[in-house]
Design a protein around this ligand. Structure first.
Ligand SMILES: [Zn+2]
Length: 144
């Protein structure tokens, strides 16, 4: 077997799909927290939808949470594999919308209140060899 010098993913060849996903040894999400009312948002904001405040602080979001709502998506745009689970996850008080991965997309395996943790996965490589990384949640192992 010939070996081509395998280069591990690094910041030059790997980019997060969204700018509020931080990669590295411990991938996590970054929220914009309103300094006035502490409402949290993902992505850039010019004003707070709750209080109208316009000053935000970046805060790391807990990587573990519980499913508070979900929907099993059976129909999606062409090219999107179905079914998949779209979920709302409460991460220590911060609401995160993401897909559940590594779980069977049915109500037997997905339930409200189930503990989950953040995960990242490659979405594909563009023409420049840059790998996009997305995030989702996987069921957390309970009891250990
Ligand atoms: Zn606010």
């Amino acid at each position: 077997m010939t070996s081509r010098a395998a280069t591990p993913p690094d910041s030059e060849t790997t980019v997060p799909l969204v700018n509020y996903l931080v990669l590295g040894d411990t991938p996590h999400l970054i929220a914009q927290e309103c300094q006035t009312c502490q409402a949290r948002y993902f992505g850039r904001r010019s004003g707070c939808a709750c209080c109208g405040g316009d000053t935000f602080t970046e805060v790391p979001v807990a990587t573990e949470g519980t499913v508070t709502a979900y929907s099993i998506v059976e129909v999606a745009a062409p090219g999107v594999e179905v079914p998949f689970v779209s979920a709302v996850v409460d991460c220590a008080g911060t609401t995160v919308r993401a897909n559940l991965v590594d779980v069977a997309p049915d109500p037997v395996h997905v339930r409200l209140g189930m503990p989950v943790r953040l995960t990242t996965y490659p979405l594909g490589v563009d023409g420049y060899g840059v790998q996009a990384i997305g995030f989702g949640f996987v069921p957390a192992k309970v009891g250990k």
